[in-house]
Design a binder for this molecule. Structure first.
Ligand code: DGJ
Length: 719
């Protein structure tokens, strides 16, 4: 191969650069970099070769650094000597596909949110490419957020082929992965399988409604399976609402590498010199006493840091989606306001169908994009509704789906250049709609403007439900022109930019993250949202499973749960299930008899008394619906003074007797009174029980009713 002078000089200077690095690294090789929380430790050390190694991950210990610990290169780039899946793969501007990253420096400081931020700088030995690994550790919560940032000073663009947020290594014996897959109305079905040699991937390629089939969450049990109270388990999730990928590769030596980040599928990213590319954070926690603690770690972190206003109370509400669908007018809605008052809820939420005039939104074929109140249905506009609600001392909220357009809309005619579709090919619809080209700043203004217009015309609007009913297919962005491989990433970045704009102007407006059910539930978006809609499936029995699945990763304060007419269970069962989250109703009260209505409004009052325990307390999952014909769970406040226990019997076989349930999280030295609440009508209330926390946790109590599809709720108070 022939080199010209310029190349020879370039190569010489690169070699010098590499040599300086090697010397520098040799000097610093004895160092250990430790990322610590109260109970978890992630240690990295520098090898003689200048590379960064993960030397330990697991329960925290106090020993000094062990230079002989088995280690794996911490964040592996592709193209050199590694034989398995890389965390990072790039193509340099000259076509060279390799990176060899060595340690440069690291530092650690307190971040503004109280976390400790560790940054480790790495650099390629030949090309001017820099990579920084970031770790934010939340000491009390035992949670670590990890992300990476890449920059370069090459002449042309650097192409990022894959770019993980984080890579972790395990040397356990027997790995089991628990994943949460689903579909519309079947979200968060939990499946556990043993990892076998090779690669297992959980991912999404759906773009806007990215999580329709898979939520970006998982639990990895390291030494055999785990349960609620035993086993070594890592719980992980990604702060990203778009395409994600968790990749697990088990090698011939039984070492497992876990690579988490944006899904690189169809997403090569061309990075100009001087710009940096920052990945979303991989959020994870670790527990050596099972899944229960891992969930509580994540919940505590999420309430303080992951969810907007996660430590604040939430409003109960009446929603009209299932009560009316698109068939309503001002009079009907005002009657529903009266229903909301009868129930005693705080807010009325007006759902889909209130907008568009030329192509009225009377079903899901028309109107999306035309965010003017429909003058036939709502002659007084939103203002009349807000005023009427106010006069009834009720708050008012409203539904929008601002990222979408129906071909039957004025927007479609006015701004064809704002719509994503493949040139020269037939349009593809899902729920009769298309996705707007959010990377386009004009579209971002339009989406922000949709919220801003509602809010500035009606400053009393107190809640927004933000829906997103389709994924991206036949995707082509008119704005991105020859950078189509940026579309999935730029869409999400633009989504967050718009949300940041909304939050700059309306910092505390409660907003529900909804996506045709639970198609978008993640901590990337929840920074901007106060809650999420888990599923359109509100059948009480189904919800026991769906909410159980979400509860591994998301706290009750963020989980909207509505009582509807879906499901053949009693109103008591459905209400008891919905009390596990942010309680709401979506039901025409005409379908309830007097006793049922009285039950519901009493349940709302109970809920208001107990919601702080449910939303801010520690969750203990006591009996899993995946193990038995029932589910039992309890929430305990931080002082261990108050608790709420929910027991749902799903089915029962002839002669089946449910065992006593041992509680958790109580103070063993305290005495508690356990009282059944939410008793329907004149039904028999179980007798109060007084017992020590010790006894309740060791002997347990019979809490489950015998009949299928019945439930009990207990209020537990320290004497
Ligand atoms: C899907 C949501 O999940 C529902 O709750 C409802 O808002 C409909 N969209 C309205 O079109």
């Amino acid at each position: 191969m022939l080199y010209n002078d310029h190349n020879t000089m370039k190569n010489l200077s690169m070699m010098l650069f590499a040599l300086i690095f090697a010397l520098y690294s040799a000097e610093t090789q004895a160092q250990e970099i430790t990322i610590l929380t109260k109970d978890v430790q992630l240690s990295m050390s520098l090898g003689k070769d200048g590379k960064l190694y993960q030397s330990y991950f697991g329960t925290r210990f106090n020993d000094a650094y062990n230079p002989d610990a088995k280690s794996h290169e911490a964040y592996i780039a592709w193209g050199m000597s590694d034989l398995f899946e890389p965390a990072l793969r790039v193509s340099h501007s000259d076509g060279n596909p390799a990176l060899a990253l060595v340690y440069v420096r690291h530092s650690s400081s307190k971040d503004t949110d109280g976390s400790t931020l560790t940054r480790i700088d790495l650099r390629d030995t030949l090309y001017p490419v820099d990579l920084t690994l970031f770790f934010a550790s939340y000491y009390e919560e035992n949670v670590i957020r990890a992300w990476s940032e890449i920059r370069h000073r090459e002449k042309g663009e650097l192409t990022l082929n894959s770019f993980a947020s984080n890579m972790l290594h395990f040397d356990g014996g027997d790995y089991h992965l628990t994943q949460f897959h689903g579909d519309w109305a079947e979200e968060m079905q939990m499946q556990t399988s043993r990892l076998t040699s090779g690669i297992k991937i959980i991912d999404s390629k759906l773009g806007s409604r990215a999580q329709m089939y898979q939520t970006p969450v998982f639990m990895l049990s390291i030494d055999g399976t785990s349960n609620e109270t035993s086993g070594r388990v890592l719980a992980g999730t990604l702060e990203w609402s778009g395409n994600f990928r968790f990749l697990f590769e088990l090698d011939p030596h039984n070492s497992l590498r876990l690579i988490s980040g944006i899904n690189p599928f169809a997403s090569e990213y061309r990075l100009p010199a001087g710009k940096s590319f920052r990945t979303p954070a991989f959020v994870f926690t670790y527990s050596d006493v099972g899944r229960g603690k891992a969930s509580r770690n994540l919940h505590r972190w999420a309430r303080r840091f992951g969810i907007l206003d996660g430590t604040k109370p939430r409003m109960t509400l009446l929603n009209n989606w299932e009560a009316t669908y698109f068939d309503f007018d001002e009079v009907k809605l005002k009657n529903l306001f009266t229903d909301a008052k009868k129930l005693g809820v705080d807010l009325f939420l007006l759902d889909d169908g209130w907008f568009a005039n030329k192509y009225p939104r009377n079903d899901d074929h028309a109107g999306l994009g035309d965010w003017e109140p429909n003058s036939k249905k709502l002659p007084g506009g939103i203002g009349a509704l807000v005023n009427d609600a106010r006069s009834k001392d009720l708050k008012f909220g409203i539904w929008i789906e601002p990222e979408m357009v129906n071909p039957k809309s004025e927007l479609y005619g006015k701004h064809p250049e704002w719509i994503m579709r493949l040139p020269g090919r037939a349009e593809h619809y899902f729920r009769n709609q298309m996705v707007l080209d959010l990377p386009n700043p004009q579209v971002q203004n339009f989406v922000f403007g949709t919220v801003d217009k509602i809010m500035s015309e009606n400053p009393d609007v107190a809640f927004i439900k933000w829906d997103c009913n389709r994924m991206m297919t036949n995707t082509w962005s008119p704005y991105l022109k020859n950078k189509q491989s940026h579309v999935f990433i730029d869409y999400q970045m633009a989504f967050y930019d718009v949300l940041a704009q909304v939050r700059a102007k309306y910092p505390h407006l409660p907003m529900m993250l909804c996506s045709g059910g639970g198609g978008r539930v993640d901590y990337g978006a929840l920074k901007y949202f106060t809650e999420f809609w888990p599923s359109d499936n509100t059948d009480g029995l189904e919800r026991v499973y769906i909410q159980w699945g979400y509860s591994y990763f998301f706290p009750a304060v963020a989980m909207s749960a509505h009582v509807t007419s879906w499901g053949r269970q009693s109103i008591k069962f459905r209400t008891d299930v919905a009390m596990q989250g942010r309680l709401g109703f979506d039901i025409d009260l005409k379908h309830l008899n007097e006793r049922e209505l009285a039950f519901c409004s009493a349940a709302v009052a109970n809920y208001k008394r107990l919601s702080e325990v449910i939303m801010q307390g520690d969750l203990y999952r006591l009996v899993s619906p995946y193990d038995e014909n029932r589910a039992v769970l309890m929430y305990v406040d931080s002082a261990r003074n108050r608790a709420v226990l929910f027991a749902y019997t799903l089915n029962s076989r002839y002669g089946e007797e449910f065992a006593k349930v041992r509680m958790q999280g109580l103070d063993p030295a305290a005495t508690y009174t356990i009282r059944e609440i939410n008793v329907f009508g004149n039904d028999h209330r179980t007798n109060d029980v007084r017992a020590s926390g010790d006894r309740l946790m060791k002997e347990g109590l019979s809490v489950s009713p015998q009949q299928p599809l019945t439930s009990r709720v207990y209020e537990i108070s320290r004497d």
